[in-house]
Design a protein around this ligand. Structure first.
Ligand code: CU
Ligand code: ZN
Length: 493
């Protein structure tokens, strides 16, 4: 046994505490998974990281992840190597619990978004969270109760309102997850079965979230022509359900809606002035990604040059090609080419170049905005590069190159802002006694290198990632450490 007073010493770096305060030169000493001292700690450590010239920051929190299944079965390298130490899963209403054993996936087709689904060893949402803990993920995991899974548990995919008994059962499922430490309730109101839910149903469920101090998180009903009405619906659900509101991946979708985030943000600011706690998140790209069939149904016609097939398991040669290119390949009109892709693979996913840079910048730079990758962890195809690149892209492109944000402000959006929003205690800031989730990165080099054609590439410049005091990645290589755990609302563990 070594008698060194510290487990790990990070020496000579510039410490960004996560609150937005300016970086200061300091050493950071860790012991027992916590931050023991920041400043000039006296005494030796078993391991030393030389961080001169590097930034030392709280580990990043990805507020919008779809890794519900991936955290059980993958090393989570695509997040960890970006500096992410905590993932928030269960977004867009999609998830893997609650479920009846042996009845198949909780939402038919959920694997399109979530990747391969394991045979569940759980029934309730709380049991799912326990299963995540038992799987010893490489990063921490916070969980939102997914409305779609809750609804499917009571009504399947029935396109109607629940009766009183069904609504009571849904409410019980939500309350069970919240009591077990879930962070809130998420909806995905463009996807079945969330699309079938009326506002009143969600308000009723949100009251159970309110009783536990959770957040209402929504992929809102319309991000295009009906953006403002859809934000207003989310706000109403928060107001009448008694919770704060988080608008997921806030955007204005489609050419004719360019600039609309100016109005949506003004509306959100007015709601806040009136006392309602509304925040939002974003991924730093002008392209969206989701199920092709869902976007096909949207009212605004898709430009075949602006739709790139990401995953088509039955016809791999379509992956990485635009609908225009596939149309040319098949000698078909673009609409027919799109139908052909969907006929081959109804669950094909695609990337849609439908946002304007001005809107992305406006949302990203707003003080209420957090960072969420919305990465879809498909093991095959060419996923949107946000899965691997989001956090490094904010730091490389929008901080260093474009100076849209200061480094301290960007880090705040990735750390203390989400930790406070989701009530993750003693995380999201570098403070003595708090959990040692830390990223050490090079501000001059940090950059995403994942592209639309070659998306599975780790960023550069993320030098060390520490999860609960253990080194989880070192100079671009993941270690065998599996120090992550489920982070529950308002709990100090
Ligand atoms: Cu999502
Ligand atoms: Zn979504």
């Amino acid at each position: 046994m070594s008698d060194a007073p510290f487990d790990l010493l990070i020496r000579g770096g510039n410490v960004i505490d996560g609150t937005g305060a300016p970086a200061v030169r300091a050493d950071v000493a860790l012991r027992g998974g916590r931050i023991a001292e920041i400043g000039r700690p006296e005494g030796s450590a078993k391991h030393v990281i030389e961080a001169a010239g590097l930034m030392v920051a709280p580990g990043f929190i990805d507020v919008h992840a779809h890794d519900d299944a991936a955290v059980l079965s993958t090393p989570m390298d695509f997040k960890l190597m970006q500096g992410v130490t905590t993932d928030i899963v269960g977004n867009c209403g999609a998830g893997v619990a609650p479920v009846e054993p042996g009845s198949g996936p909780s939402i038919p087709g959920a694997d399109i978004v979530l990747g391969p689904l394991p045979e569940p060893s759980w029934r309730t949402f709380g049991e799912y969270m326990d299963a995540v803990d038992e799987a010893h993920p490489a990063i921490n995991v916070g969980c939102l109760v997914p409305h779609g899974a809750v609804r499917a548990h009571s009504l399947g995919l029935a396109p109607r309102a629940p009766d009183d008994r069904e609504l009571a059962a849904m409410r019980d499922d939500v309350a069970e997850g919240m009591a077990a430490g879930a962070l809130g309730l998420s909806t995905g109101l463009i996807y079945p079965p969330g699309i079938f839910a009326r506002t009143e149903e969600i308000i009723a469920l949100n009251r159970a979230v309110s009783e536990h101090g959770g957040v209402y998180v929504s992929h809102i009903r319309d991000e295009a022509g009906g953006l403002l009405e859809a934000v207003a619906e989310a706000v109403r659900i928060g107001r009448e359900g008694g919770t704060p509101v988080q608008i997921s991946h806030h955007k204005a979708s489609g050419r004719s809606n360019r600039g609309k985030t100016a109005e949506s943000i003004a509306y959100i600011e007015a709601q806040r002035a009136a006392g309602l706690d509304v925040t939002f998140d974003v991924y730093p790209y002008t392209a969206a990604s989701t199920v092709l069939a869902v976007m096909r149904r949207a009212p605004e016609a898709l430009d075949p040059n602006e739709v790139l097939v990401a995953s088509c398991r039955e016809k791999r040669e379509y992956e990485g090609k635009t609908i225009a290119q596939i149309a040319q390949m098949l000698d078909l009109p673009p609409d027919d080419a799109m139908d052909r892709v969907l006929a081959e693979e109804p669950g094909a996913t695609a990337i849609f170049f439908i946002m304007d840079e001005t809107d992305v910048r406006r949302v990203l730079s707003h003080p209420l905005c957090m960072i969420g990758s919305d990465g879809l962890p498909s093991p095959t195809g060419k996923p949107h590069p946000r899965l691997y690149g989001t956090f490094a892209r904010v730091l490389g492109t929008y901080v260093r190159q474009e100076r849209l944000l200061t480094l301290e402000e960007a880090v705040r959006k990735m750390t203390s802002l989400p930790a406070r929003r989701f009530r993750l205690l003693e995380r999201g800031e570098l403070r003595e006694g708090w959990c040692a989730d830390i990223v050490v990165f090079d501000p001059e080099r940090v950059e995403d290198v994942a592209t639309y054609q070659d998306p599975r590439r780790y960023p550069v410049g993320i030098e060390w990632v520490i999860v609960n005091g253990q080194v989880a990645a070192e100079r671009g290589t993941q270690t065998p450490a599996r120090a992550g755990r489920v982070v529950r609302r308002d709990r100090r563990d």
